[in-house]
Design a protein around this ligand. Structure first.
Ligand code: FES
Length: 157
């Protein structure tokens, strides 16, 4: 990872924006990474603007790495004011663009954010790399099961 990218990530996670569960959200999406077992949840609230439904605000919580936190923080800002269709057109690279190109081993971190956004907006699922070998159940596997009535994720600094 370049020094510049590392610096940008550190700046983004020093004061992550839109961190935390959103009460009264209109949409919620949760995605787990088959690569690392991390997960991320995104909440979205819409508003009406000029006769169109646009994203008023978004927030997130994650059991994820610094890159995922930085990308999620940026993504929740980038999608504000966009229609769901415009937000769905943004892939992990677009959502992490302010950081610059991510190294190959960190691309899945941005895809985690993209996946949660897609799930919240009802878009097609983001591409997930196939698991090459059977693995022990992870936190990710639990997300395929029916969601309990309420789940709280506590972010640890
Ligand atoms: Fe898991 Fe980055 S290493 S999201």
């Amino acid at each position: 990872m370049s020094d510049e990218l590392h610096q940008k990530i550190q700046e983004a996670i020093a004061e992550p924006k839109n961190l935390g569960e959103m009460q009264n959200a209109d949409a919620v999406g949760t995605m787990g990474s088959a690569d690392c077992g991390d997960m991320l949840r995104m909440w979205i609230k819409f508003r009406e603007e000029g006769g169109k439904k646009v994203i008023d605000k978004a927030s997130f919580q994650t059991f994820g790495c610094e890159t995922a936190i930085a990308v999620a923080s940026l993504a929740t800002q980038l999608i504000q004011g966009k229609t769901p269709e415009e937000a769905l057109a943004m892939d992990g690279a677009a959502l992490s663009a302010p950081l610059g190109p991510l190294p190959p081993m960190k691309i899945h971190c941005a895809q985690l954010v993209e996946g949660a956004l897609r799930q919240a907006l009802g878009g097609a699922p983001a591409a997930q790399p196939a698991k090459s070998a059977p693995m022990a159940p992870t936190l990710v596997d639990g997300f395929g099961a029916a969601a309990p009535a309420k789940k709280t994720i506590v972010f640890k600094k």
